[in-house]
Design a protein. Sequence first.
Length: 230
Amino acid sequence: MAKVKYGAMVTDARGSIDGVVYSKSQYGAYGGGKVSPQQPRTVNQLAARQILSGLAKLWGSTLNDSQRAAWKVWSAAHTITDVFGNSQTLSAIAAYCRVNAVIAHAGGTRIDDPPATFASTPLDTLSVSMAESGQTCLMAFTASPAATNDVLYIFATPRLQPGRSFYKNELRYIGSSSPAVTTPYDAAPQVFPRFPAASVAGDKYAFVVATADQTTGAVAVGLSQVVTVT
């Protein structure tokens, strides 16, 4: 399904309609043929889907009416930004699942009541270096250590093709650190099992690293970097 923004005519679109995919690049809006990739159903994909399906079941079986109503109020006060940059309000169940999925990935404990506060302390600086020798992926950051309940919430791409500069659609969540981690953090345990080819010098990978509060599910705006393996 595509999201369409209307003016006097259609001014922008995202997604697909009848086999045509709509998106936007530095050269403007465009449409192209839709290619449906195979669903490999990797261990990580299945784990993510299991988290979401489990939360959806808990919404109906564990939460009471007061809690569900509280999530509806909370969602209205904590809108998200869509692909057009517009503010959108999630449904109550979507807000519950979104918050708790982050908490689960960050190693926290599920919450059935909306968080009273919802903020994570963002990173000030980020510098990622990868080395073939020793298989290291060091993330130097400030401020260090991270806040008491904050983990590094790490996204990365597979190896980027030469000359490629747009990589947002390739980013995948690959793991998180322990809370209150200090710099530098070696993300090799998260990176190399997912992208083993990263051991080759000269390859390039893109990272987005944010902080996430494992008690509330709040995620700060992340910092990005394209890294060349040395």
